[in-house]
Ligand binder design. Structure first.
Ligand SMILES: NC(=O)c1ccc[n+]([C@@H]2O[C@H](COP(=O)([O-])OP(=O)(O)OC[C@H]3O[C@@H](n4cnc5c(N)ncnc54)[C@H](OP(=O)(O)O)[C@@H]3O)[C@@H](O)[C@H]2O)c1
Length: 279
């Protein structure tokens, strides 16, 4: 199942996350297993320091490059030469001459810095070195500021999104702007197995003979949200992928939306230490 981005690029609705997956055997085996079970979308980042092993696994998979969707994220807001160097490093580690989706990992607190980074992203897009460009951890106000000077609108915003933080209002805003929404942290650092979430999601999972992670991934995709659950465990990598076979009713989707408590388990982008970055 694909999401059609505003520029027509097709992005698989399910991908494998690789945050905290160590470079070397762990990242290599994770990506290799994911590709074997059917994933065609990999989410990495310069800050994860595992692009080399991700690239090795893609190369050794034997799957043609154009059949795999690679997202990586720019780690900071530096001078133009440094940003160019970082992008080239990503290409070289990933062993590719283009990236499918390039994201600004975190907004800087200074809107001018975000605007300058975005101008660099636009140049990469125009030079066809990236098939799509977007942002991550951008709240509505960050996007409004970015669009003051943007010539090209971001195509994706990757944000914390799970049953405890359903992001329904942000999704409505993004959809109005033609920006696809992507979820990270779908399992709430384990919180989805506990309390009201464990109870509510567990009940729905039992009805579908599915697991809680599968219900969450299915819920996200049914809402049009791109999902990238992370696991280094082969059985879970498969289990999460099999979410594509779980189909929830409209009432169940609403029931899960009702579990929203505005609960963040990751850093609040408005209160982050992420910027300004040093060289
Ligand atoms: N843009 C950003 O700032 C940002 C921030 C955070 C994450 N992300 C991206 O989003 C991806 C997903 O988020 P995440 O890594 O934070 O967390 P996640 O996908 O919500 O959860 C990963 C954790 O859940 C466990 N898990 C996975 N599948 C499971 C299953 N079926 N049953 C039970 N436990 C399961 C994993 O354990 P094992 O691995 O041990 O199996 C791991 O501890 C990241 O990997 C990264 O690519 C982006």
């Amino acid at each position: 199942m694909n999401k059609k981005l505003s520029n027509g690029v097709l992005m698989p609705m399910i991908g494998i996350g690789t945050f905290l997956v160590a470079d070397g055997e762990s990242a290599y085996d994770t990506v290799k297993t994911a590709l074997e079970v059917g994933y065609r979308h990999i989410d990495t980042a310069q800050m994860y320091k595992n692009e080399q092993s991700v690239g090795d696994a893609i190369r050794d998979s034997g799957i043609p490059r154009k059949e795999i969707f690679i997202t990586t994220k720019h780690k900071g807001h530096q001078s133009l030469p440094t940003m160019k160097k970082l992008f080239q490093e990503s290409l070289s580690k990933l062993q590719t001459d283009y990236v499918d989706l390039y994201l600004i990992h975190w907004p800087n607190h200074d809107k001018k810095v975000n605007q300058q980074t975005w101008a660099f992203f636009e140049s990469l897009y125009q030079e066809k070195k990236v098939r799509a460009i977007g942002v991550s951890n951008f709240q509505r106000h960050h996007l409004i500021d970015l669009m003051e000077t943007a010539k090209i609108k971001p195509m994706v915003d990757q944000v914390e999104l799970h049953p405890g933080l359903s992001q329904v209002p942000l999704q409505a805003y993004l959809e109005k702007e033609g920006i696809a929404i992507e979820s990270y942290g779908p399992l709430m650092k384990g919180g989805v197995f506990e309390g009201i979430w464990g109870e509510g999601l567990g009940e729905i999972a039992r009805k579908h003979n599915a697991t809680i992670p599968q219900v969450i991934v299915s819920w996200g995709m049914a809402r049009g949200v791109i999902m990238i659950p992370k696991s280094v465990t082969p059985s879970r990598i498969l289990e999460n992928y099999k979410s594509i076979d779980v189909h929830l009713t409209p009432e169940e989707l609403e029931q899960i939306n009702g579990l929203n408590r505005g609960k963040r388990v990751y850093t609040d982008p408005d209160n982050s230490p992420w910027g300004p970055y040093s060289e």
